[in-house]
Ligand binder design. Structure first.
Ligand code: LIP
Length: 291
């Protein structure tokens, strides 16, 4: 008798390294083609099509067009898989696999013509929820220079064909640390307070504007450490896998899997040190309670 879908998704993932690699290469191809389209079709002066959670959380027509293109290709190539996209795509999975896509991560950079934006494509096993998903493969392509980072579960992380490995700085004080800020002014006020504690403890802070690029920069050693509150599944689905396959520990501030509440990534000892500062500063506090 066929098992209900929920039962099937709770079964462990059984997949060979060759199958993981095939999925990783598909992520890479989809992200690469989308990035190429963006690079060749960006109008000289881009404009805002709409806003989402707050007036500063913008969406452009390109975000929507790219998500529609990714959706079309995924449905055609992998009809049984589910889909979750930043611009609203949501399709249930009947295979157990779900694609988690961010058509443009770093939309504000895209809008202003700054280089830190990317396409992120990942495939996960189970519900597309960072608390429970099994990340299988993912790719991030930075549009400005077509830098391509990709990884598969258990097969490593790569930039092009180069194997990636994180840095191992001697102390927190030696860490160039990436972070980002949310779109809600109350959250930003809290994030500014947290920075008062973090900034003196690290080498310096970088705010590039694309969480996916930050996590890949960590993977290749152009950042040492990364933390951010407020990431959605599509911001981190490919990036946290790439960082982990390059040797990073990826957790929330309490040691659970990364979540919207907090993502901390880097060498394990330093991640734990930074997580402790984040706990002490109340970085994950309810923003309604923050004064
Ligand atoms: C953005 C990020 C950025 C983060 C923003 C936002 P979007 O994604 O990746 O680094 O700080 O809060 O989530 O909205 O451009 O796809």
């Amino acid at each position: 008798m066929p098992q209900p879908e929920t039962h099937r998704f709770s079964t462990p993932l059984e997949i060979t390294p060759e199958q993981v690699r095939e999925l990783a290469i598909l992520c890479r191809t989809l992200a690469h083609d989308a990035a190429q389209f963006i690079a060749s079709h960006r109008p000289p002066r881009e404009s805002v099509a709409d806003t989402k959670s707050t007036p500063t959380d913008v969406v452009t027509q390109m975000d929507r067009d790219i998500e529609a293109q990714l959706r079309g290709r995924i449905v055609q190539l992998r009809p049984d898989d589910g889909l979750l996209g930043e611009e609203g795509s949501s399709k249930a999975s009947t295979s157990g696999f779900t694609w988690v896509v961010d058509p443009i991560d770093g939309t504000v950079n895209y809008l202003y013509g700054l280089p830190g934006y990317s396409v992120s494509v990942a495939v996960v096993w189970g519900a597309p929820d960072p608390a429970t998903w099994v990340q299988v493969a993912g790719a991030v392509v930075r549009v400005s220079d077509m830098a391509t980072w990709w990884a598969g579960r258990g097969i490593g992380a790569f930039r092009g064909e180069t194997v990636l490995a994180i840095n191992n700085p001697v102390s927190l004080g030696a860490c160039l640390t990436g972070t980002g800020f949310g779109y809600d002014a109350r959250l930003r006020a809290l994030q500014a307070r947290v920075l008062l504690e973090v900034l003196p403890a690290v080498r310096d802070i970088r705010r590039v504007g694309s969480a996916a690029v930050d996590l890949c920069s960590l993977a290749e050693g152009s950042l040492d450490l990364y933390f951010e509150r407020g990431l959605s599944p599509w911001d981190m689905a490919a990036g946290t896998l790439i960082a982990r396959e390059a040797g990073a520990l990826t957790i929330d501030h309490e040691g659970a899997p990364p979540s919207k509440t907090m993502t901390v990534a880097g060498p394990s000892g330093l991640v734990l040190e930074l997580a402790e500062i984040l706990r002490k500063t109340g970085a994950a506090a309810d923003i309604n309670d923050v004064r």
